[in-house]
Design a protein around this ligand. Structure first.
Ligand code: AMP
Ligand code: ZN
Length: 135
């Protein structure tokens, strides 16, 4: 499709940091990543949304297999990642060329939050203990 940015990336008319390509798909880094790792896995042929995938088309299984391979290559298959498809406006879809998101790498952020909460709990306990001893 001439006006589609993902078709243009696939055809090489627009730049992207491609990480994987095969006869059915192309995967590249998201231009505005929501996490340290944010890859888009895109079918080569233009399908607007998940709703437009014909019954029996194996493209969804293929997107999943590509995600598994990329996650393995990036070393996040064991630690974990999210794999999702936004569908239409209410589902958060902005680019109307079917694509799956592979998102990972927020572990450090979560670890930091958990550590901060643990520190706050310990601090409150210490303050209580200190007050009890001095009353
Ligand atoms: P969605 O909201 O599911 O349609 O996701 C579209 C995604 O495409 C967003 O995460 C955008 O940051 C990303 N995006 C838009 N334009 C580009 C581009 N030229 N190159 C790479 N990613 C893009
Ligand atoms: Zn397209």
């Amino acid at each position: 499709m001439t006006d589609c940015i993902f078709c243009k990336i696939i055809n090489g008319q627009l730049p992207a940091k491609k990480v994987y390509q095969d006869e059915l798909t192309c995967a590249f880094w998201d231009a505005r990543p929501a996490s340290p790792i944010h890859i888009l896995i895109v079918p080569r042929h233009h399908i607007p949304t998940l709703n437009d995938v014909p019954e029996g088309d194996n493209i969804l299984a293929h997107l999943g297999n590509v995600a598994k391979k990329i996650a393995r290559d990036l070393g996040v298959d064991k630690s974990g990642y999210r794999f999702f498809i936004n569908v239409n406006r209410g589902g958060g879809q902005v680019v109307y060329h079917l694509h799956a998101h592979l998102v990972a790498g927020n572990d450090v952020g979560m670890l930091f939050i958990k550590a901060a909460v643990a520190c706050a709990v310990i601090w409150r306990k210490l303050v209580k203990l200190f007050r009890r001893q001095h009353n």
